[in-house]
Write a protein that binds this ligand. Structure first.
Ligand code: ZN
Ligand code: FE
Length: 240
């Protein structure tokens, strides 16, 4: 069983530090920065052996070089973004697997936020790292792709088991939920969830990870019935 530690950095980023006890490997998902990650690993006596990147944005790769320099770790990321992530050692795409010790992750292509965005699903751990593609009650902005691509991404992710824990890269839940209530004012599951989220945020607590089951019930982008509806909701959220 892997252990996953949340490291909050910048204004709303989450870096995930993942330890696999059988092999003693430790991996970092999307390090925006290096220092807090190195400090957390040091505190736990964990040696960082890998970094996995979901996409090229600096708030997901900014710590790559310094962590690699400090630890000699191996960096895996999206083949389609190899030119934009010069620190990559291994390029992967859908159909490939990444490995952390005994644990295997399937790579899923989820382009739209960026052109080569990928997600990592670990079936044996019931965990997925989705970067900026799926958020709690939200989805990533369409910087380099289309609503049709994001619609396809939602189909791929909702096909994961309901209990899959979804580790996204930002604490956007409250503002996503405020828009979600406008998109689906009659959704009772959404209203209940927002009450929980507001309580957590008032206490300064994190609302991530989420689950596929929760997103199927409350995420207006996963729940959009067509590409057109997803596109309209994405535009409305961008201007919300
Ligand atoms: Zn991003
Ligand atoms: Fe980001």
């Amino acid at each position: 069983m892997i252990e996953i530690i949340r490291i909050p950095v910048l204004s709303d980023n989450y870096i995930w530090l993942v330890h696999e006890p059988a092999s003693q490997e430790t991996m970092v998902v999307d390090p925006a920065v290096a220092e807090p990650v190195l400090a957390e690993a040091e505190k736990r006596g964990w040696a960082i052996t890998q970094i996995w990147n979901t996409h090229w944005h600096p708030d997901h790769t900014g710590g790559n070089a310094a962590i690699k320099q400090a630890t000699g770790c191996h960096i895996t990321g999206p083949e389609a973004e190899r030119d934009r992530i010069p620190t990559l050692d291994t390029m992967v795409k859908e159909g490939d697997t990444a490995r952390l010790g005994e644990v295997e992750a399937e790579v899923i292509d989820v382009p739209a936020h960026t052109a080569g965005h990928i997600a990592f699903h670990m079936p044996s751990e019931n965990v997925a790292f989705v970067g900026d593609t799926l958020f709690a009650m939200g989805c990533g902005r369409l910087f380099e792709g289309t609503a049709a691509q994001m619609y396809d991404n939602m189909r791929k992710l909702e096909a994961l088991p309901d209990s899959t824990k979804i580790y996204c890269a930002h604490e956007y839940t409250q503002s996503n939920g405020e828009y979600a209530l406008v998109a689906e004012p009659d959704n009772l599951a959404l209203r209940e969830r927002m009450a929980d989220v507001l309580t957590l945020r008032l206490r300064g607590e994190a609302t991530v990870p989420t689950t596929i089951k929760l997103e199927r019930a409350t995420n207006p982008f996963m729940r959009a019935a067509s590409v057109e509806e997803l596109a309209a909701r994405r535009t409305a959220k961008d201007n919300f």
